[in-house]
Design a protein. Structure first.
Length: 478
């Protein structure tokens, strides 16, 4: 195994990853709330987590990747009721959309993707343990709260104690600080809800519990599911920086108190900085977001967006703009051309090389001229530094010997180079042009070369050119 370091929010230091057990790294990522299509800000975090996993695998670790699906919370319930659809049917639809987007980005699927609604009993059990150990209490209306003052360690992740900690709150007392909402951003900590008694606004979404009908609060699901699936591999836990407080702080409190402090709830906490638009966080509530569909409609393949979203350091905010897509497209063309050249020199196919790398066949191969790029990538995932190292190594015009180290880095970065269109960046073609191009493609498939050529000329006269691939074509403005 090669050394991999990450900045740990818990210690505020870069630390080498030392798994609890052998070479297996447990990695829990807080997943999407499935009530709409994830925006590209969400994907900045998910893509950085994908690179995190790929870097660990490239270094020789086996990664157990768990990413949950939040399929019951204030937002999912409110939206499904608005649309008049049963909660499960509603969240399954958005889960499918999420999975399709992940595939378009060439993300590795987690081995375990647990849903909150499928783990209600585990969550109830955790609350029971917490009540028994004196860390939680039920209120008169049948909600259950975590008692922040019962846990000395509260605030160790977000250092919230250095700011303000309200411990004299009573349930439902917003002024004093007890909170019932799933999300809150106040600069103070308060007893927070773990079980929410059934309200009229919940419609028919509720479960039976020892405290009456209700549903879990959002923070609880990750504690219960991480403890279930990674009990012996509590290594890395990660999410966007907004999750540090209160979500992750609350997860630590619930999990460590429920087991009588026998286990540390994750050793390494890794947080990704936000994607901004005009210097504000991209978010659904601000309505300043884009989806991968929006960017594709502008003519950029998901790999271009992947590059743009991950080429800044994960701990620094980036402002999203069109220039970053143009720069990403041009960088990817260089990477794709270089890949084509060295593969031709070696007489190899890209897919075969990636297959071998994925199987771990080249784990111990030398990094050669790409050593500096790997050094950067494996130390606090410095992607901009690694890209700099790759482009510098490419300048010395290496040949076939570069195939393995170069493609190991491309694997770790997750770029699907086959998606890269060589040529000018794509501009969305009008409908009529697409129709002509489609006819030409069909004529070509039917080996009707005369018709295909005539249609090609028609496209050219209108200022367009079709570039053929294996399974279809892309249109380029000439
Ligand atoms: P959600 O679906 O709201 O639970 O968020 C899923 C993930 O996206 C979480 O890890 C958030 O921290 C992260 N996230 C939300 N907005 C942004 C943003 N603008 N930039 C980066 N990550 C974000
Ligand atoms: Zn979580």
């Amino acid at each position: 195994m090669q050394e991999v370091t990450f900045h740990n929010t818990l210690s505020r230091k870069a630390e080498p990853i030392v798994p609890t057990k052998g070479n297996v790294v447990g990695m829990y990522c807080c997943g999407p709330t499935v009530y709409a299509q994830a925006h590209i800000g969400n994907f900045r975090t998910f893509l950085n987590q994908d690179v995190m996993r790929r870097v660990l695998q490239t270094a020789g670790y086996k990664v157990i990747h768990v990413r949950n699906l939040t399929d019951v919370d204030d937002k999912t319930i409110a939206r499904s009721i608005e649309e008049g659809r049963p909660l499960i049917e509603f969240t399954e639809h958005w889960t499918e959309v999420f999975h399709k987007d992940c595939d378009r980005f060439n993300m590795l699927a987690p081995q375990i993707e647990p849903k909150a609604t499928a783990h209600i009993q585990e969550q109830i059990k955790m609350i029971e343990d917490l009540i028994e150990r004196g860390h939680a209490y039920a209120s008169e209306d049948g909600s259950v709260y975590f008692s922040v003052s019962s846990f000395d360690g509260y605030g160790k992740l977000s250092r919230i104690k250095d700011r303000e900690l309200l411990t004299d709150a009573t349930p439902n007392d917003e002024d004093k600080g007890a909170v019932d909402a799933d999300e809150y951003s106040r600069d103070s900590a308060a007893d927070f809800v773990m079980w929410k008694s059934r309200k009229p606004t919940d419609g028919d979404v509720y479960w039976e519990s020892p405290w009456g009908e209700g549903r879990p609060g959002w923070h609880l699901e990750c504690s219960a599911m991480a403890m279930k699936y990674l009990a012996n591999n509590l290594d890395i836990h990660s999410g966007g920086v907004d999750l540090t407080f209160p979500h992750h702080e609350n997860e630590i409190a619930q999990s460590e108190c429920s087991c009588g402090h026998q286990k540390q709830f994750f050793k390494y906490w890794i947080h990704a900085a936000h994607l901004l638009v005009d210097n504000a966080k991209m978010s659904k509530s601000l309505n300043n977001f884009f989806t991968v569909d929006d960017i594709e409609a502008k003519g950029y393949a998901p790999v271009v967006l992947r590059y743009a979203l991950t080429s800044g350091h994960y701990r620094q905010t980036i402002n999203f703009n069109a220039d970053s897509l143009v720069a990403a497209q041009s960088a990817l063309v260089k990477l794709r051309k270089f890949s084509d050249e060295i593969l031709t020199a070696a007489g190899l196919k890209r897919s075969a090389v990636f297959k071998e790398i994925n199987k771990g066949k080249h784990l111990h191969d030398d990094w050669g001229q790409f050593a500096d790029a790997w050094q950067k990538l494996s130390h606090d995932m410095n992607i901009p530094g690694a890209l700099g190292g790759i482009f510098t190594a490419m300048k010395s015009k290496p040949g076939a010997e570069a195939v393995v180290p170069f493609h190991k880095l491309i694997f770790a970065l997750g770029y699907d180079l086959d998606q890269v269109v060589i040529g000018k960046s794509k501009v969305e073609a009008p409908k009529e042009i697409k129709a002509i191009a489609q006819k030409r493609w069909e004529a070509k498939q039917a080996k009707d070369w005369g018709a295909a050529d005539a249609l090609r000329d028609e496209l050219a006269a209108a200022g367009w050119k079709a570039l053929d691939g294996k399974d279809g074509f892309v249109l380029e403005k000439v």
